[in-house]
Write a protein that binds this ligand. Structure first.
Ligand code: AHR
Length: 346
């Protein structure tokens, strides 16, 4: 073998070795790649399972008005209990802090997130057409709860459940007709102007004022269903020296505020002044028993199971009733007992 031939053979051997080395490297690379895939896949399997368990849950976006009153807090708890993971739901709760713009933003967020159902407790009646039309276009059923909406097209929401607040106002007026004598000078604390809770209770009182020439409206202003505002307004009235013998407070928290203001001015609530309230929360009912409040018309906040029942009907392919009014009662010193209060949830 010449020198040249020897070199060629060496070169071939080097090539052969390089080729083997290349194949080995390829194999190592492929094995590492598969090992990496197995590792990556198995390390993802934990969270993936959670996602798949979570994706079995029905997702409900709930736009809540705020937390302005005891009623509202009881309502939020009722919704959270009804739409728990144990019941097969994931509730996305948005507290709008009494602002309609925030509720509209929350609904748009729910649409973007692709929730299964939207539940809306509307702060006011007006102003929902555009955003509810967007929800309808996205194919998401909307259930309205508690207060009513006023829309051009009632098909933009699926159904509604809540209180007949006009009937609550009428109940209060009937009680006044039956239980109070002589000329009435009424001091009126209103809820959020434009909400159906305010409108119904105000309309009821207005009908009473209309029907009774000896009933006079001394003062009327919105306290937004908030205790501090109720107290502020009452202090204002007392400082002005206005003469009144009835307080018509459109919810319990404003009534609590009014009672505090009266006490600050050595006026005995429930005796010197008749106090009428709405909601029938626990604290208020104790005040009815002790005589500080004279009448509390129930507004029931326990809507969680009611809304869930509506959603369950929809899931079963049924068409729920469009409007469901909750049965409500009233409490005064004649019909209220400790036992009744103890049995009540809120
Ligand atoms: O819409 C229900 C009303 O809203 C309740 O009477 C009041 O307490 C709440 O804030």
């Amino acid at each position: 073998m010449g020198k040249m031939e020897g070199k060629m053979k060496n070169m071939k051997n080097i090539e052969k070795n390089n080729c083997c080395l290349g194949k080995t490297l390829k194999r190592v690379f492929l094995i590492s790649y598969f090992l990496f895939l197995i590792f990556a896949f198995s390390s993802c399997s934990g969270p993936q399972k959670t996602v798949s368990v979570e994706s079995d849950l029905v997702v409900v976006g709930f736009s809540q008005v705020g937390s302005e009153s005891d009623w509202r807090k009881a309502n939020t708890i009722s919704m959270q209990d009804a739409f728990s993971a144990e019941n097969g739901y994931r509730l996305i709760l948005d507290d709008a802090q009494q602002k309609q713009e925030r509720q509209i933003t929350a609904i748009r967020n729910f649409i973007n997130q692709g929730v299964d159902y939207i539940v809306l407790a509307p702060i006011t009646m007006e102003g929902w057409d555009t955003v509810l039309t967007e929800a309808k276009a996205a194919g998401i059923p909307v259930i309205i709860v508690d207060r009513m909406v006023d829309t051009d097209d009632p098909d933009i929401f699926t159904c509604w459940v809540g209180s007949d607040t006009r009937r609550e106002g009428d109940t209060a007026v009937q009680w006044m007709e039956k239980n109070l004598n002589g000329p009435l000078r009424i001091m009126h604390l209103q809820g959020n102007i434009g909400s159906s809770a305010q409108a119904g209770r105000t309309d009821g009182l207005d009908a009473g004022l209309q029907a009774h020439p000896d009933w006079e409206l001394v003062f009327r202003a919105p306290g937004d269903f908030v205790q501090a505002k109720g107290q502020e307004l009452m202090e204002e009235v007392l400082e002005k020296g206005l003469d009144f013998n009835v307080i018509y407070a459109e919810n319990d928290n404003m009534a609590y505020g009014a009672v505090n203001a009266l006490k600050n001015h050595d006026i005995v609530p429930g005796k010197d002044v008749t106090i009428i309230s709405f909601d029938a929360a626990h604290d208020a009912l104790h005040m009815v028993l002790s005589g500080e409040l004279n009448l509390d018309v129930e507004c029931n906040p326990l809507h969680g199971p009611r809304v869930r029942a509506l959603i369950e009907q929809l899931r079963a392919g049924k068409t729920p009733q469009k409007y469901t009014y909750v049965d409500e009662v009233y409490f005064d010193s004649e019909n209220l007992t400790e036992e009744i209060i103890a049995e009540r949830i809120y």
